[in-house]
Design a protein around this ligand. Structure first.
Ligand code: AMP
Ligand code: MG
Length: 317
């Protein structure tokens, strides 16, 4: 899935724990084989090939993931949309050729992005992309979904304490009593604040993670389906806490695209969802921190001189 995975459980029996962790990693590998748009035999690739022509039987897990994605797409009014494949492909191609996509290309790719034209049927289950040229990109929810499945595997093996982290898509087993560092979007190897998370999951969407370089200019990888361009909400990064990692992952993408004001209601729709945004400030050196009321008191500033270095992608210890 193009990121670093880390899993941990508290256990007195190391071999048994390693066996359970191995099972959880295998589950992640199985999901990747279903969901990757880079693997020709994945069901996501099969759906793209059958777009505009045929309904495809899909794995119940892919059905569940797509149903969750549809819910977030509907509530975010399409700011989050997993039918983003054609637009992502257009920008990836621009990254290779060094030429910005033209208005007609953007208009055409955008016309193929529409979650309402991705139709699911629980009987079967099956899915169909209704128009030729449509394709799925699960980059904004797949890792979170796989984190949830890994956690379920570990819980089924009897573990009640631990965590699973896929490049910042984190879910805790049981309750958690430590603060989690949130990266400074301007200096991502450092934490800027610490967030007290007691349970559930958190995910971050940020433009420092990935992007495209076209004619010397950097473009963020989070796209606004309404414009076809990289999102321009003034957001530098957003961290979302939610009961499940799939929801945190999907909502962090939506909250990045929409910015805080337009995400406020979106966060309120789902129980136990909170968010923290770093927003650009008019003064280029400054950032504004915006938080939903529910995490007031759980965000701890780090004094500038004591900003904590984050050594690896994984930074929960
Ligand atoms: P995340 O890091 O979870 O926010 O996911 C970002 C990835 O999701 C990108 O690299 C794209 O593959 C895909 N993506 C970009 N913009 C969107 C969007 N508005 N809705 C859904 N997926 C998106
Ligand atoms: Mg996401």
């Amino acid at each position: 899935m193009g990121t670093v995975w880390e899993m941990a459980v508290w256990s007195r029996e190391r071999p048994r724990a390693l066996w359970a962790l191995d099972g959880a990693f295998q589950e992640v590998a199985r999901l990747e084989r279903l969901m990757s748009r880079f693997l020709p035999e994945s069901q996501v690739s099969q759906l793209a090939r059958a777009a505009g022509q045929a309904t495809v039987p899909i794995d119940p897990d892919l059905y569940t993931l797509l149903a969750q994605a549809q819910q977030v797409a509907a509530v975010s009014d399409g700011a989050f949309d997993v039918t983003m494949g054609p637009l992502v492909a257009l920008w990836a191609r621009a990254d290779l050729t060094g030429v910005l996509p033209g208005p007609a290309e953007i208009r055409f790719a955008k016309s193929l992005v529409d979650y309402r034209a991705s139709v699911l049927d629980a009987d079967g289950p099956t899915a169909v992309l209704q128009h030729a040229g449509m394709s799925l990109d699960l980059g904004a929810i797949g890792k979170g979904f796989a984190v949830d499945r890994a956690v379920e595997r570990l819980q089924a093996a009897g573990y009640t304490q631990g965590w699973v982290n896929a490049g910042g898509n984190v879910r805790f087993l049981g309750s958690w009593d430590r603060a989690v560092p949130v990266r400074d979007p301007k200096y991502p190897d450092r934490a800027f604040v610490r967030l007290i998370v007691e349970e559930g999951a958190l995910a971050t969407s940020a433009n420092y993670e990935r992007g495209w370089k076209i004619s010397g200019q950097r473009y963020g990888h989070l796209l606004d389906p309404r414009t076809g361009w990289p999102a321009d909400s003034g957001c530098l990064s957003v961290t979302v806490c939610a009961p499940t990692a799939a929801l945190a992952d999907a909502l962090s993408t939506a909250c990045f695209v929409l910015g805080p004001e337009r995400s406020w209601l979106l966060c309120a729709v789902f129980p136990k969802v909170e968010a923290l945004w770093y927003m650009k400030d008019n003064n280029a050196d400054q950032m504004q921190l915006v938080i939903t009321p529910g995490i007031n008191g759980r965000v701890h500033d780090l004094p500038a001189l004591q900003e904590e270095p984050i050594h690896a992608d994984v930074s929960l210890a």
